[in-house]
Design a binder for this molecule. Structure first.
Ligand SMILES: [Zn+2]
Ligand SMILES: [Zn+2]
Length: 178
């Protein structure tokens, strides 16, 4: 949903947002290295207000994602429930006011075109931030056997190598191959 900056009432406005999972996935698929998918619709409840030309969006976003485990490569369901507060500074203002205290490269200030802001994109952005850098199916995930590639969560394989996740196991495999 797009909102126009000059139409935001002074007291702010609440929005209940819902984006179809399919629509979100179409967006996610355009991104580089996006190895995740929405399993549910994306929902958001946000309050939007305007302050000195900046748009402030605060609220919650929820979606269940399907992620790939960084150790065993299995797919698992990961619920995202983020509370956030984002500040959008208009493009022209960030260009003109060099001394502006809030610079666009400050962590939580983004840029918008000064006219309208797409709240769906705000939600997508927050979903990315809600994905852990190394996603694991479980904190105790045993990973794959470095020799035979078996998923060690499903039981031990019969390799001689210690089943612990270790980079040396991978080296050993490479040597055997060479
Ligand atoms: Zn795993
Ligand atoms: Zn093995």
């Amino acid at each position: 949903m797009k909102i126009r900056a000059h139409e935001i009432p002074e007291e702010g406005k609440d929005y209940a947002l819902r984006v179809k999972g399919k629509t979100a996935n179409r967006y996610f698929s355009l991104l580089k290295n996006s190895d995740f998918q929405a399993l549910t619709d994306v929902t958001g409840n946000v309050k939007v207000w305007e302050q000195d030309g900046m748009i402030i969006v605060e609220g919650d976003v929820r979606v269940d994602l399907r992620l790939t485990c960084g150790r065993c490569l299995s797919r698992f369901r990961y619920p995202v429930a983020q509370h956030f507060r984002s500040i959008y500074s208009p493009f022209y203002q960030t260009c003109q006011e060099e001394d502006l205290e809030l610079k666009p490269y400050d962590m939580d200030v983004s840029i918008y075109n000064g006219e309208e802001l797409d709240l769906d994109n705000v939600l997508y952005e927050q979903i990315f931030l809600g994905i852990p850098a190394q996603a694991l199916c479980s904190p105790n995930c045993k990973g794959l056997c470095p020799v035979c590639g078996a998923n060690l969560n499903e039981g031990l394989c019969h390799c001689e190598a210690p089943p612990a996740y270790s980079p040396f196991g991978v080296l050993k495999k490479l040597k055997l191959k060479g």
